[in-house]
Design a protein around this ligand. Structure first.
Ligand code: FAD
Ligand code: SF4
Ligand code: SF4
Length: 340
């Protein structure tokens, strides 16, 4: 009898039960055994497979590649940007840069399908496949919870053909790299994943916990927008059609999954382009161009007047460097704690 744990048992024991899951969605939509419900992965039945894809795709079961080096990884260019179109700026989280870049990639036919994060019918964040302008616009804005987004990528890869763009947090971009490595080992096409746009990320919050806090405050409507204003605000803001709720970050920090505390990638180091807020400059984004592919798209965006572009101030670059270093320090400390 084989007593080795199955892949599913390993994933459950090492990630789900240890609160390391960041709800990236890479293990969902591959088989009948895992599903995504209200912001979390749920095991529906037992799987007897060892070497299953779920465990190979999970970003929290492999060494943290971002911890090999200090700094934000390879950066070819850095800028401050916002969408040229006022409508996109209004819809976007900060400057609407990500939405503008996704729309451009679709328009140029560099990608035919964009895997983004929208809001489901019960208000929970969810992965979406977007092919039209309207679908992309519906996904604008940051939902600060793991949304299982990558579960929407698998059917596209299974179907074959097409070219996909993915927008995701650093753990999601790592999971996409894991998916690519697996496909490459299996001699399956990998170049259909044609563009990776990463989002800067310090932490995420479990959706079910946010919903619970809102219910305790009597808020039942769908969340329209989330915001984490820069220091010294120290609060998480949630906007619905009728209410604006501010929750002190001190109340939320204990809810951050351990997987986030052990995550050393602030800027999605292996993305083609990574986008975050431009601290101290409301309505603008910080943009890091990390690959030749990203540079090509960015140059198209400039030449087609899709983005407004300014040099990133030195103090913003230094500040980002500190945030990157702090996140790596936090992850190393967490790693040491889990070895003790
Ligand atoms: C969990 C999380 C934590 C973040 N933490 C930071 C941070 O610490 N510092 C910082 O500078 N920026 C952070 N960001 C990024 C920031 O919120 C913006 O997404 C980014 O600056 C792009 O802004 P934009 O105006 O171009 O966005 P938009 O044009 O509005 O585009 C936003 C894109 O984000 C995608 N998206 C929304 N929610 C999610 C989600 N839950 N998972 C994956 N994709 C999603 C949507 O599909 C959309 O395409 C975080 C984002 C998330 C989702
Ligand atoms: S982090 Fe992603 S792959 Fe890992 S268990 Fe959670 S949803 Fe699945
Ligand atoms: S902190 Fe890391 S693990 Fe957590 S959501 Fe962000 S990228 Fe994912």
């Amino acid at each position: 009898m084989n007593n080795n744990p199955t892949t599913q048992e390993t994933l459950i024991r090492e990630v789900l039960e240890k609160d390391r899951c960041s709800a990236c969605g890479a293990c969902v939509g591959l088989c009948p055994y895992f599903t995504f419900f209200q912001g979390r992965v749920v095991a529906l039945d037992r799987c007897s497979l060892s070497g299953g894809r779920c465990g190979q795709f999970c970003p929290h079961l492999r060494p943290n590649a971002a911890l090999k080096e200090d700094g934000p990884g390879r950066v070819l260019e850095r800028w401050m940007t916002r969408a040229q179109a006022p409508g996109l700026r209004k819809k976007g989280q900060y400057g609407g840069t990500v939405t503008a870049l996704v729309l451009l990639a679709l328009e140029l036919d560099w990608v035919q399908e964009a895997v983004l994060t929208g809001t489901g019918k019960n208000g929970e964040p969810e992965g979406r496949v977007c092919r039209t302008r309207a679908e992309v616009l519906e996904c604008a804005g940051s939902k600060y919870s793991g949304a299982g987004t990558l579960s929407a990528l698998h059917p596209l890869l299974e179907a074959g053909g097409g070219r996909q763009g993915v927008v995701g947090t650093p753990c999601q971009i790592t999971a996409v790299d894991n998916i690519r490595s697996y496909r490459s080992e299996q001699r399956l096409p990998v170049d259909t994943i044609a563009l990776k746009i990463g989002l800067f990320c310090t932490w995420s919050l479990p959706y079910a916990q946010i919903r619970k806090i809102l219910l305790e405050k009597g808020v039942t409507e769908t969340i329209l927008k989330y915001d984490v204003p820069p220091p010294p605000a120290e609060e998480f803001r949630i906007f619905t059609r009728k209410s604006r709720v501010a929750i002190p970050l001190a109340e939320l920090r204990p809810l951050v999954p351990r997987g986030c505390l052990a995550c050393g990638d602030m800027t999605a180091e292996s993305a083609d382009i990574a986008v975050g807020s431009a601290e101290g400059v409301p309505g603008w984004n910080t943009v890091l161009i990390c690959t030749e592919r990203g540079l090509e798209l960015f140059r198209e965006a400039r030449s087609k007047n899709v983005l407004q572009v300014k040099p990133l101030p030195d103090e913003n670059w230094e500040h980002l460097g500190t945030a990157v270093a702090n996140k790596k320090k936090r992850a190393r400390a967490q790693e040491e704690r889990s070895i003790d």
